[in-house]
Ligand binder design. Sequence first.
Ligand code: 5GP
Ligand code: ZN
Length: 114
Amino acid sequence: MDNCLFCKIVKGEIPSTKVYEDNEILAFKDINPAAPVHILVIPKKHIASLIDMQKEDEILVGKIYTVINKIAEEQGVKENGFRVIVNCGRDAGQEVMHLHFHLIAGTKLGEKIV
Ligand code: 5GP
Ligand code: ZN
């Protein structure tokens, strides 16, 4: 997608601090971290939002969770724990319309909403 911020990050047109990359998935540090560890894990393929995920994306989304676990281990937060958040749509406050999984950790996290 030409005008998508995260597609531009995938293409290297906008710089990012990468923490993981393979053919299908990219993970990079959030520019405005909400916790000591705040990493965004995204499919390289443009999927606007979780609700736009197709049946054919099920394996890809499963791989994203495997990558999240790998990064949590590398970042040293496996023992203490971490939170994964996907904001989908307006009421959830999704700002970037390219599916992304927030991996947040490194401190005692705030009140759970759900
Ligand atoms: P959302 O609110 O859509 O779930 O989350 C978007 C996230 O992307 C926010 O946490 C925001 O800080 C992050 N973000 C926005 N622009 C950039 C950018 O240019 N680079 C990086 N690394 N993160 C960004
Ligand atoms: Zn995109």
